[in-house]
Design a protein around this ligand. Structure first.
Ligand code: GYE
Length: 324
């Protein structure tokens, strides 16, 4: 009898310690393969972000990584709070997609002092001290901006008149907004006929994209092209353009970035003219990198996502197989 009870207690204790290992008490160090990751997400501002969150959550489950997840609602202060709480909870690794590029040194130093490795996903920081994080996994946003510009240059190669462009920027101070603007400007800047007549942030959201496009349309009667830093703002702008009695894709040509399903549908329908892809499916690579840094293995300082571009014809072909 006594033997049976003690065996039960022992079994119970073993179960508890296993649970606490995978349950985020931290410090497991990946020794038994189970690690806890704190992930501080930007928010839920766009279709891209929703797909990215799902990719991170699904991949954590598949990789046996215990995920602590927070949504910062596009506010840096919320992300800093989340990172501090992950440090306190002694997670094995912290991953985050920094809403803006600047202002991270203090909290990253705190993580480093606590010996918790940090992985940047999707967006970069401008910290001079690159030892504050292990690696940066994400797209090359300057390249995306350049691809958008290259399409435009080609599309208007025979045009003699000035081409009036309006630009919907992403969240102010964010890496994708800064870089997509810079890459685009660099390419179109080679020909003075391309003129950006208005450029403002639409916060990467559909609602703000619509609102800002309405204002653009009121103050600029002669818009030839819209360059939106993501699909969602472009989709909002399409509503504004239709509301003003113009035909999106014809009266005003539209270029966007992301290639989420709704964007690809609008491209196939002829309302958008060109989309530069930016992949949100970073989860599997992130889990791989996390396991390596927790084990103390060397990882590349930069991992760039592979991406393509889509015309209207190409969108029609791939639309049904699009995952997000
Ligand atoms: O393009 C946009 C999202 O950081 C790449 O953030 C990401 C961007 C993406 O809100 O839709």
């Amino acid at each position: 009898m006594f033997k049976r009870i003690s065996a039960l207690v022992l079994a119970g204790l073993t179960a508890m310690s296993v649970a606490s290992c995978g349950g985020g008490s931290g410090g497991s160090g990946g020794g038994d393969g189970s690690i806890t990751m704190g992930f501080a997400q930007v928010g839920a501002e766009s279709g891209w972000r929703t797909a990215n969150t799902k990719s991170v959550q699904d991949s954590a489950k598949n990789a046996g990584v215990t995920l602590k997840f927070s949504d910062a609602q596009q506010k840096q202060e919320n992300q800093i709070k989340a990172i501090r709480s992950y440090i306190q909870q002694k997670v094995d690794v912290i991953a985050f997609s920094p809403v803006v590029e600047s202002g991270w040194d203090t909290v990253l130093k705190e993580a480093k002092d606590a010996k918790i490795p940090v992985i940047l996903t999707d967006r970069a920081v401008d910290s001079k001290d690159t030892s504050l994080y292990k690696t940066f996994l994400g797209s090359d946003f300057v390249e995306e901006g350049k691809k958008a510009g290259q399409w435009l240059v080609q599309e208007y190669k025979d045009a003699k008149d000035q081409v009036n462009i309006v630009e919907l920027q992403g969240t102010t101070g964010s890496a994708p907004a800064n870089d997509r603007k810079a890459g685009f400007a660099q390419v179109i800047g080679a020909d003075p006929k391309f003129k950006v007549i208005a450029s403002q942030t639409g916060d990467f959201t559909r609602a703000k994209g619509k609102e800002v496009m309405e204002a653009f349309l009121k103050s600029n009667p002669d818009i030839d092209v819209l360059y939106a830093h993501n699909d969602d703002m472009g989709l909002g702008a399409i509503e504004a353009i239709e509301g003003a009695g113009k035909v999106p894709g014809k009266d005003i040509k539209i270029i966007t970035v992301d290639a989420v399903k709704d964007g690809m549908q609008a491209l196939a329908d002829g309302k958008i003219n060109y989309i530069v892809e930016c992949s949100p499916l970073l989860g599997p690579q992130l889990m791989d990198l996390a396991k390596k840094v927790v084990k103390g293995e060397q990882v590349p300082a930069r991992v760039v996502t592979e991406e393509t571009t889509f015309t209207q014809e190409q969108a029609k072909q791939v639309l049904s197989s699009r995952q997000y």
